[in-house]
Design a protein around this ligand. Sequence first.
Ligand code: SAM
Length: 214
Amino acid sequence: MTLAITEEQLVKSRQRVKAHGEVFTPRHMVERMLELVREDLETGADFVDKTFLEPAAGDGNFLVAILRRKLHAIEKQLPAESWPTESLFALASIYGIELLEDNHQDAKAVMLAEFHGFHQGHGTPCGPETDLHQAAAFLIEANIIRGNTLTAQTPEGLDIQFSWWHRVEGKPGAVQREPFTLASLREDNGFDFTVYDSYQACRIEKIHEQETHA
Ligand SMILES: C[S@@+](CC[C@H](N)C(=O)[O-])C[C@H]1O[C@@H](n2cnc3c(N)ncnc32)[C@H](O)[C@@H]1O
């Protein structure tokens, strides 16, 4: 019998380990850790909307495992006609911050690929021209941000800004975007003077078309 052993690359270079503490968590350990929050991720009420933030996202290994589990649970528990919408709400619930440019790009790419794979596997059109693709790419751009979690700033020195994506009561599939800064979540932040853009509610599949309004 031959044993196939897949080697994961857990370290890219000594220099990166030293400078950024970059050692990736092996996949089996990621899965064991996510088992600890299985109810939030997969079985509990409102599992699609349960929020996760990876503050040192690396190449997205935790983010994509979270997404995969949510998509699998959607497939098992919800009617097929809701999968496009629910898969977008699942994406909207997953946030990440990553310091390094290449890891940040990898994390976003792996999320989009996972989302694509899910829909392609079910024969749902998800090409670049579709709303489904564009809404997914938009949510990934908005939720997985390059920056420093410790300072709560982007490389340009701006506050890291995320958005909540609230469901709108009585309007299935509609989303209300509400921006917030990472700094505002910290207890010691005091008064938040940020002037936030405001948005009207819209279908989540059309979120990429939304403009701010005064
Ligand atoms: C130890 S790796 C872990 C990656 C992933 N979380 C995992 O467990 O496999 C740490 C990652 O955090 C990033 N990082 C280090 N300091 C950071 C900071 N202050 N803010 C955001 N990301 C940071 C590094 O660039 C690296 O990709």
